[in-house]
Design a protein around this ligand. Structure first.
Ligand code: FEO
Length: 166
């Protein structure tokens, strides 16, 4: 059975993952109407789906441990970006905030002596390392590319394979 403190903290994470999903969905919709960003569009849509999966995993866990997962209302995410680079800077900022939040959850699970939740959270710890790596890699590449159109073309072409560590 989850403690009240643990349950509230996990529900805050439900909100965070839902907001991430919504933020990346907005990025996807923005990218879809830009010329030449087919790969990036696919990337953002896929990431939005992944965040929803992260949220669902939490929802099931909370409910299975005798709690009640609260489905939150969401704020309107940022809808437009001055450049692709700005969108990816936002994404990295977002992922760093999620990592902090996961770390806090791990901390709470230890304080609550909730070792099952501590164990459950390890999946998120690993996932965040990968998400941060990918977001940093995208930011570094876009920094190098600058306004170079052929560089952007290649970035868009290769982004889906970068996701797999390629
Ligand atoms: Fe579920 Fe990208 O954090």
């Amino acid at each position: 059975m989850l403690s009240k403190t643990m349950q509230e903290a996990l529900n805050r994470q439900v909100l965070m993952e839902a907001q991430s999903s919504q933020a990346y969905l907005a990025m996807a919709s923005w990218a879809e109407i830009q010329p030449g960003l087919k790969g990036v569009t696919e990337f953002f849509f896929k990431h939005s789906d992944e965040e929803r999966m992260h949220m669902l995993k939490l929802v099931h866990y909370i409910n299975e441990r005798g709690g009640f997962a609260v489905i939150p209302s969401l704020e309107q995410p940022v809808l437009t970006f001055v450049s692709l680079k700005k969108a990816f800077e936002e994404l990295l900022k977002h992922e760093l905030a999620v990592s902090n939040s996961i770390n806090e959850l791990v901390d709470i699970s230890l304080k609550e002596k909730d070792y099952a939740t501590h164990n459950f959270l390890q999946w998120y710890v690993t996932e965040q390392m990968e998400e941060e790596r990918l977001a940093r890699e995208c930011n570094d590449k876009l920094e190098m590319i600058g306004d170079d159109k052929s560089g952007l073309y290649l970035f868009d072409r290769d982004i889906m394979s970068m996701e797999n560590g390629g």
